[in-house]
Design a protein around this ligand. Structure first.
Ligand SMILES: [Zn+2]
Length: 277
């Protein structure tokens, strides 16, 4: 099977896959999936992602603390977690970090912003790619990124330009849920957009508009497994191999072949995460 897919954001260390891990891994090996980014959301899951990256050749890791998980976090524990970006060869990004204003009972906005900015600054200081989670927090997410130098001249100079000639600041808006206009603004600043299962949903106007607005060179695809399975698997536990359905939908929207959409997003993800393909 030719390997032409990269799931740029998944939680393959999630307990949802624990029971049938061998079959789960075998299915990936037998599929068109070449690489899989296992993304941390807490200090504990970040360590699990590192384990996966050590164990599975197709797997890379990102380390970081999600806004819902910042309660009780300390500076030294966070630093210890992020420093694996320096010490572990297959840790290639900081993420997922960001802001989530969906829940009323989670960490306060002030607390979320503090730890988000702390992690952006760390990534900027170490020229590390950043994977962002932003939910119902468009304005603050953009403000934090700008304030902490994620789109600064210095940051842009740290990485080669995009194929389009624009700045590449290695900032990834994962499972992008904003408007097409916001996506355009982000790309102009040097960010990259990632689309997930929702682009395949029947009521997915916004995500489809984003896919239309953003050039294929600035687009990644992902599953965010085990959440948000794409159509026709909607409602099931999501798996990295289902990234194929996201690629098929993007191909349909862009009017290109499935293979082209898959290969292009594979190349984009390798470039973004600095993985030699
Ligand atoms: Zn995620």
């Amino acid at each position: 099977m030719e390997k032409i897919l990269f799931d740029s954001h998944a939680h393959i260390s999630d307990e949802a896959f624990e029971d049938e891990k061998d079959a789960f891994i075998e299915e990936i090996r037998a599929s068109q999936l070449k690489y899989c980014m296992d993304i941390g959301s807490s200090v504990k899951t970040s360590m699990d992602c590192i384990e996966s990256a050590r164990k599975y050749d197709f797997c890379y890791a990102a380390v970081g603390v999600h806004p819902s998980e910042v309660e009780g976090l300390t500076e030294s524990v966070l630093d210890g977690c992020l420093e694996s970006y320096i010490t572990e060869p297959k840790v290639v990004a900081v993420g997922e970090i960001g802001l989530d204003y969906h829940y009323d009972d989670g960490p306060s906005r002030e607390e979320q912003i503090y730890w988000f900015e702390r992690q952006i600054k760390w990534a900027v200081d170490h020229d590390a790619p950043i994977a962002i989670h932003s939910r119902e927090a468009d304005e603050d997410t953009m403000a934090c990124l700008k304030r902490c130098g994620a789109f600064s001249k210095k940051r842009a100079a740290a990485f080669p330009k995009k194929p389009s000639g624009g700045d590449d600041c290695r900032v990834l808006l994962h499972c992008f849920s904003g408007s097409a206009e916001l996506a355009r603004q982000y790309v102009k600043l040097g960010a990259t957009i990632s689309l997930a299962g929702p682009v395949t949903f029947k009521n997915a106007r916004k995500a489809v508009e984003v896919a239309e607005a953003v050039d294929m060179d600035d687009l990644l695809i992902e599953t965010d497994s085990p959440y948000m399975a794409p159509v026709p698997m909607r409602g099931k536990v999501n798996k990295p191999v289902y990234v194929e359905y996201v690629a098929r939908k993007i191909a349909e929207i862009k009017g290109i072949s499935y293979e082209e959409a898959a290969r292009k997003s594979l190349a984009n993800a390798c470039r973004f995460y600095g993985i030699e393909d």
